[in-house]
Design a protein around this ligand. Structure first.
Ligand SMILES: [Zn+2]
Length: 493
């Protein structure tokens, strides 16, 4: 032990604060004051599992998950007890607290294995930071994995070997533009929830007019055209930008922003001022002033796998004193219904098609498990995302350079590759399981030309999922290409 007297003084300081805040009775206070301090670097120290995970800050490099736990406990001690940063810090490192982590060791190990070894990371050329100092930089990534009740089961905040404690954690701290991965949260989810969109809504594949200009382009570079349409499910699977802008026009910026910030709890968007994210660029294609984190994206995407419930993410069950008798912090699950259960089921069904033929996440699903997913690329290709889940877990991955720079990835999405590598490993050996779907959502055949329910004269049909009490009308064939051509010919003739 480096300085036992100092440590004792710190303990007394903390106890004084706790007594002052009425968190300790007089008896508890006296008992604690007389408690013999045993430190983790003391020869007499017998580590309990919980303590050994958190208190070795001098002797070993902790996982990103433990970094996140420490940061969370500090934040919660500050907000619930009014401690300053350094007081909360001292309580954790010198106060003998027991922290019961929510970590799943096996899942964390699976994710770390991929990240430490950079397995499946593309061979990006190492670049020189600015040419002068010769520092090489490698492309980076972060991942958060949760179950469907708010428990963060694993987190990795960087690729390669971790060398410091509580440094940059890209899973929680890197706020980056989400690109198209925002669309289910800002456009399609809210639109279906508000009944202005459905599974097969026919959307114009043509940009809208913003500041006198036709905007946006699709990822392929195409502008679309004024007589080109796409069915919503297919527009999501292909991640068209034009249709997203058209759909957002129907949803409205205020509604969209309300869902993203108040229903899905993305806290890093800017509400007001010159840099506000309440605009088409941020909400239709995810080009934001600041951006989002994998932690918050993961928590938001969980709603598509659990019937629409939002759970605040947690990383510890409780924090107690050394004896375990006094509970300082405790996590309680208080889910909110972020979107309707039926909306969640329909979004889940739509996002499943992203991993199927024609989708941007084709082949990236978890082998043997139904997978919903959305990929994301910012228009400048500085950020790549992949968010999605299986019946067991949901995960969000960001990929890019720490100092924003365009990536040469071709058409590939390395975030989806990493998502797939980690999640396949996590699910290895798990028993079969499927999603619980809403009983008020029904399957119907629809006309691919009109987006309406298939009528007698419709030849191009597919299956879609709808709210039973909000079925689209039945197609009468008037929107079919041959009918329109005939009408046009008659007008001319
Ligand atoms: Zn039809």
């Amino acid at each position: 032990m480096l300085n036992p007297d100092n440590n004792k003084r710190r303990q007394l300081l903390c106890l004084d604060y706790m007594r002052d805040q009425k968190k300790l009775t007089k008896d508890e206070y006296n008992e604690a004051v007389n408690y013999k301090l045993v430190f983790t670097n003391d020869p007499n120290f017998v580590p309990s599992k919980e303590v050994s995970k958190t208190l070795k800050q001098d002797t070993k490099i902790n996982s990103y998950y433990v970094d996140y736990v420490i940061d969370s406990v500090i934040k919660d001690l500050k907000s619930q007890y009014g401690y300053t940063q350094s007081e909360a810090y001292r309580m954790i490192y010198y106060g003998g607290l027991k922290i019961y982590c929510a970590l799943d060791d096996k899942i964390q190990a699976a994710a770390e294995d991929i990240y430490v070894n950079r397995t499946g990371f593309p061979e990006e050329k190492e670049r020189t930071e600015d040419g002068s100092n010769g520092t090489k930089k490698k492309v980076q990534s972060g991942i958060t994995i949760m179950n469907y009740e708010g428990r963060v089961v694993a987190m990795v905040g960087g690729a390669g070997k971790k060398t410091i404690n509580r440094g940059l954690n890209r899973a929680t701290d890197a706020v980056r533009s989400p690109g198209s991965s925002i669309k289910p949260l800002s456009v399609y989810g809210p639109g279906i929830d508000k009944n202005v969109l459905n599974y097969s809504t026919r959307l114009l594949d043509y940009g809208i007019i913003v500041n006198g200009q036709r905007w946006p382009r699709n990822f392929s570079g195409s502008m679309g055209s004024e007589d080109s349409y796409c069915i919503l499910q297919s527009a999501v699977a292909q991640s068209l930008n034009t249709t997203s802008a058209q759909a957002l026009k129907r949803v409205g910026l205020d509604t969209s922003f309300d869902y993203v910030t108040n229903h899905f709890h993305l806290s890093t968007l800017i509400a007001d001022g010159d840099n506000t994210d309440k605009n088409f660029s941020s909400l239709a294609v995810g080009g934001m002033s600041r951006g989002v984190t994998t932690l918050e994206m993961c928590a938001a995407y969980c709603t598509f796998g659990n019937g629409g419930k939002y759970y605040k993410p947690y990383c510890y069950y409780k924090v107690t004193d050394f004896s375990g008798k006094n509970v300082y912090l405790e996590t309680a699950a208080n889910p909110e219904q972020a979107i309707g259960e039926d909306t969640a089921t329909i979004m889940n069904r739509i996002l499943q098609t992203v991993t199927q033929g024609g989708g941007t996440g084709y082949g990236k699903g978890v082998s043997g498990f139904t997978t919903y997913m959305k990929t994301g690329t910012t228009s400048d290709t500085k950020d790549k995302w992949c968010c999605g889940g299986t019946p067991y877990y949901c995960a969000a991955v960001w990929y890019g350079y720490d100092k924003q720079e365009e990536m040469q990835t071709g058409g590939a999405n390395p975030a989806a590759n990493i998502w797939s590598a980690v999640m396949n490993k996590v699910h290895d050996g798990l028993p079969e399981k499927d999603f619980e779907y809403s009983g008020t959502v029904v399957s119907r055949s629809y006309c691919r030309e009109s987006g309406l329910l298939a009528g007698a004269g419709c030849t191009q049909t597919s299956g879609g999922w709808y709210k039973a009490n909000r079925l689209p009308g039945v197609c009468d064939g008037s929107e079919h290409a041959d009918a329109k051509a005939a009408a046009e010919a008659e007008k001319q003739g």
